[in-house]
Design a protein around this ligand. Structure first.
Ligand code: ASP
Length: 343
C-alpha cells in the first residue's frame, strides 16, 4: 500500500513488505513513545477520534499516539452523546467531521460501518474496530509484539510459528485480523481453541488455509496449548450475544492460571490478550496469579500500541521521515524504568 492518504480498514490491504515498513517506522517511534524524546511533527494537525462503542484503551491509545506526534485530539465516546441518536446518517457525520479534522479514527458496533464512513470522506479513515469484523491496528501491534517477544530480527524469522488462539473466536474481531495478518508469514500453525459454537468464521480460516498454513480447530485446551510459541487469549464478547443464557454458558470456558501455564505450556511461551481481560468471578480468562510471570506480555503488548499507532499516523499523513527533525529533549519527570521495554 501507499500509506499516504490511505484508509486503513482491513489487514487484507497489507503485504508483508508493508508491515515491515510500518514496523521500521514504529521502531523509530519508540524513543517518543517511551518519553526519551519529544517530537512535534504533527503540530497543527487534528485527529477526530470517534468511538461509537465502549473503549478505554484503544481510544486513549490512538489519542495519546497522536498527541505524542504533537497533534491535537477531538474525541467522542458512545452513541448517546452523538448526533446519530438524532437520526444523523453515517454519510452526514463523516462529511461534517471531515470539515473539522485531518484524519479520522472510527469504532462502530456494526461490521462494515467504518467503510461507510471512509466512503463519505476524502480524509484517511482508520478502523478502530467494526463490530465483529476487524481491528487492524490491534493485529499490527500484536504482530509487532510477537516479533519482539520472540526476539526475531524480521518477520521472516517467524517462519514455523505455532500460535494458539482461544476463547470467543467467532465474535472476537482481534483474532480475525490477527489470523489474516499472520497468514502473510510462512508456515504458521494455528491452533484455534473454542467451543463449537464460538469457532472462528470460515472465511477467516479458509484464507489461512489457502495461504498454505495448518489450521487445527479444537475445544480442548491441553491440545491447543502444547508446544505453542504464543498463546493468545480472548474475552467472550458479551456485547455481541443476543441471548444472555448463551453468553453465561460460555464465559469462563477457558481460564488460564499459573498452574495451567506450568502444566500445559512451553516454559518460554508468550502469553497475550488484546485486553480488557475479564477479571470478574466466573470469567477470569487470564488469572491474576500470572501477573508476575515474565511470560505474561499483555502490558508490553498494550504499550506497543503507541509506537505502532504513531507509525501509522505518521505514514498516513506523510511525515514519517520528518519526526526526528521536529524532535527535542524531554524536560519533565519521567521514571527511569519507563523507557525500558521490559520495565
Ligand atoms: N479491545 C478489543 C476489541 O475492541 C478486545 C475486546 O474488547 O475483547 O476488540
Amino acid at each position: 500500500v501507499d500509506f499516504k492518504g490511505s484508509h486503513i480498514l482491513s489487514v487484507e490491504q497489507f503485504e508483508l513488505g508493508d508491515v515491515e515498513s510500518l514496523f521500521a517506522v514504529a521502531r523509530r517511534m519508540e524513543v517518543y513513545a517511551r518519553r526519551q524524546r519529544v517530537t512535534r511533527v504533527l503540530e497543527g494537525a487534528v485527529l477526530g477520534n470517534l468511538f461509537f462503542e465502549p473503549s478505554t484503551r484503544s481510544r486513549i491509545s490512538f489519542g495519546a499516539a497522536f498527541n505524542r506526534l504533537g497533534g491535537a485530539v477531538r474525541d467522542t465516546a458512545g452513541f448517546d452523546v452523538s448526533s446519530i441518536v438524532k437520526g444523523e446518517s453515517i454519510y452526514d457525520t463523516s462529511r461534517v467531521i471531515s470539515g473539522y479534522v485531518d484524519v479520522l479514527v472510527i469504532r462502530h458496533p456494526r461490521e462494515g460501518a467504518v467503510r461507510e464512513f471512509a466512503q463519505a470522506t476524502n480524509l484517511p479513515v482508520i478502523n478502530a474496530g467494526d463490530g465483529p469484523g476487524e481491528h487492524p491496528t490491534q493485529a499490527l501491534l500484536d504482530l509487532y509484539t510477537i516479533q519482539r517477544e520472540l526476539k526475531k530480527e524480521d518477520l521472516r524469522g517467524l517462519r514455523g510459528l505455532r500460535v494458539a488462539m482461544l476463547g470467543d473466536l467467532k465474535f472476537g474481531r482481534t483474532v480475525h485480523s490477527l489470523t489474516k495478518l499472520l497468514s502473510l508469514l510462512d508456515d504458521v500453525e494455528f491452533r484455534l481453541v473454542s467451543p463449537e459454537e464460538l469457532r472462528m468464521p470460515e472465511k477467516v480460516t479458509e484464507l489461512a488455509r489457502r495461504r498454505g498454513h495448518r489450521v487445527r480447530q479444537t475445544p480442548e485446551l491441553a491440545d491447543g496449548l502444547a508446544g505453542a510459541d504464543v498463546v493468545y487469549v480472548t474475552r467472550v464478547q458479551e456485547e455481541r450475544f443476543t441471548d444472555r443464557g448463551t453468553y453465561e454458558r460460555f464465559r469462563g470456558a477457558y481460564s488460564i492460571n499459573l498452574a495451567t501455564v506450568r502444566g500445559l505450556c512451553k516454559p518460554d511461551v508468550v502469553l497475550m490478550h488484546p485486553l480488557p481481560r475479564d477479571s470478574r468471578l466466573g470469567s477470569h480468562e487470564l488469572v491474576d496469579d500470572l501477573n508476575r510471570l515474565p511470560n505474561l506480555a499483555i502490558f508490553r503488548q498494550s504499550d506497543n500500541g503507541i509506537p505502532v499507532r504513531m507509525a501509522l499516523f505518521a505514514l498516513v499523513l506523510g511525515v514519517a521521515d520528518r519526526a526526528e527533525q521536529a524532535a527535542r529533549e524531554v524536560t519533565w519527570f519521567v521514571p527511569a524504568t519507563i523507557g525500558r521495554y521490559d520495565a
